[in-house]
Design a protein around this ligand. Sequence first.
Ligand SMILES: [Zn+2]
Length: 479
Amino acid sequence: MKSSTSSQAISRRAALASTGTAAASLFLTGAASVEAASTPAEGDDLAAVITKTPFIDTHEHLVEEERRTGWSQPAPLLPCNDWALLFTHYLNSDLLVAGMPAKDYAAFTAPDTATSRKWALLAPWWPAVKHTGYGQAVRIAIERLYGVSELDGKTINRVAEGYRHTVKPGFYAIVLAQHAGVESCQVNSLEAPFMESRQPQLLMQDLSILAFGAGSGNWKHFTDAEGSKATDLAGWHRVIDHWFARYAPYATAVKTQVAYSRRLDFEDVPAERAAEPFRKLLTGDPVSADERKAVDDHLFWHCVRRATAAGLPVKLHTGYYAGQNSMPLARVAQNPGDVAELLRHAPDTTFVLMHMGYPYQEQMLALAKHYANAVVDLCWAWLISPSATERFVRDFLVTAPANKLLTFGGDYIPVEPVVGHATIARQGLTRALEGLIRDGWISRSEAIELVPGLMNGNARRIFRLEEKERALGNAPWRS
Ligand SMILES: [Zn+2]
């Protein structure tokens, strides 16, 4: 086991060196430390091993770097191009829930508001949110990237200057590899079903199947291999299949966050039953809630079958909702039970249960233990609740097989707070393993042996990353 991990690290290092990119050279330190982490010895410092081991970051929403460095005016996902951007995702929700008036938040994130005014708007609410996961991630990022440890009226100009100094061509690789210790990301673009990234091996991409569901309306724009739009359900199948043919070889997984708008109780509806309600959706005729669900259920399983045939895991948003003042917790509570039926219905499909289904992580752990095709992903979870996620890792490792846990996904639109999130995840992972050692559940050498798999090996295997890296090295859109 040790030697195979070592040889993987060596071949990976060789592969990265051969790409000859700036990002690859930054990765080398990390790749070497995987090797070190795979040879535990008496007296090894667990915290040091975790600090040096690179994460595979299994979930991000990062926009293309050029949108940041070339920013000229407020745009979707990027309201401003100054330090306040770091507070827009996800700290905005804690600020608004703490009581910050919406008009003050709007002024805080406006591009033409002066730095001193921005601080004056933030200051009354900062003490209430600085300790949450969202708050800590931003504080750590500001300290690591700009050298400012305490945010106040005196230091805020240094933060503003640090932001401007950082956002330059090439900064994604520096922030991710050097500061966050991330080897590669898996981006779920919020702008396209699959983003043809200009940094395809650093910003690997998931294919969004939300884009093909009943709520998307994308049949108005998307075309099949012949350039034709769908005129019936069979035509829409051809459009979807075209997207899979084009992007599945490069995608790390398929992803859907449809849990924001419905239960995950997808019935395997046959095409014959979905065809007529789909025709009504196309023509704009009224459809009942049941008819819409039948179409959505059918399209979900169509996509899941295509993903499974292409060897792509299916990532499902489960649990907590981003945003504020909108989450129907009774529906969220049904996620684990609904997912159990998906797992049972499609044993050949790997389902990645994102965000550990917080606050229903105990049930998700039961699914990971019981179903061979269930994987739990801690993406975003360390931000939502650092302490609950630490407890979850402890429980997971003595309950379910360790090769079914993915321990980090930054889940950010701006890249800078990924540094803070990765730091929190490393601290939490260290504390969880130290706790298991202290309480006698596992030995120190066993804890150290777990680290490479938890931080990168599981992701590399589940998402077949070596194959994807090779494909992306020859991607037709590569610049
Ligand atoms: Zn996300």
